[in-house]
Ligand binder design. Structure first.
Ligand SMILES: [Zn+2]
Length: 193
């Protein structure tokens, strides 16, 4: 709903449901997309810090939703600092949705992981995956860099997790853009264990 990726996900889900419903012969199967969504939510989410050798000391736990944050207004992820060229690895298992070069994220990769969460890896120096590639936890995605709007700053991985479906309890009535916290999840919540 918030990012292009989550918007496209919701649009394709809704159109799938309507296409099935539209044809009377298939209408009885309209529950199937909902079952698929449910199964996705039941998948466990083993998760690791997505930069090889990084520890919880390599990002600032106050950087999530830091404000002001340039044209993004708030910082909707965490920045994990490591030397350029350090391997960036998959935080969770999943499927590569797209790889991209350009814009604020520079060289970036989007991965769909368990529970319909989209994992975004940005400012990479190099990308080592291709769209639709399945990934195991820890699979190499690329390397830490400073591409996009990180140019000239210390190399780091910008890591963000988005959900197409809102987590209503995470809505923040105080923070700037606080309602968006229903869709942008704080990776720190899982990486600190
Ligand atoms: Zn960042």
């Amino acid at each position: 709903m918030i990012t292009n990726t989550t918007r496209k996900f919701l649009a394709s889900f809704i159109s799938t449901v309507f296409i099935i419903w539209y044809d009377r012969r298939y209408r009885k199967f309209v529950f199937i997309p909902f079952v698929i969504i449910l199964i996705g939510f039941l998948l466990p989410q083993p998760i690791i810090i997505p930069v090889q050798g990084a520890t919880t000391k390599d990002w600032d736990d106050h950087s999530f939703w830091a404000y002001p944050w340039g044209s993004s207004i708030t910082h909707k992820g965490i920045d994990i600092f490591k030397e350029r060229g350090t391997p960036v690895v998959a935080a969770t298992y999943g499927i590569v949705v797209y790889t991209h070069e350009g814009g604020k994220g520079g060289k970036s990769v989007m991965v769909l992981g368990p529970k319909w969460r989209f994992h975004y890896y940005a400012h990479l120096d190099a990308i080592d995956v291709f769209p639709l590639e399945p990934l195991k936890v820890g699979a190499k995605i690329g390397t830490v860099g400073d591409t996009g709007n990180a140019k000239g700053k210390p190399p780091h991985l910008h890591y963000a997790i988005t959900s197409p479906l809102p987590y209503f309890h995470l809505r923040d009535t105080v923070a700037v853009q606080g309602w968006k916290k229903m869709f942008y999840l704080d990776p720190d919540m899982w990486l600190r264990n």
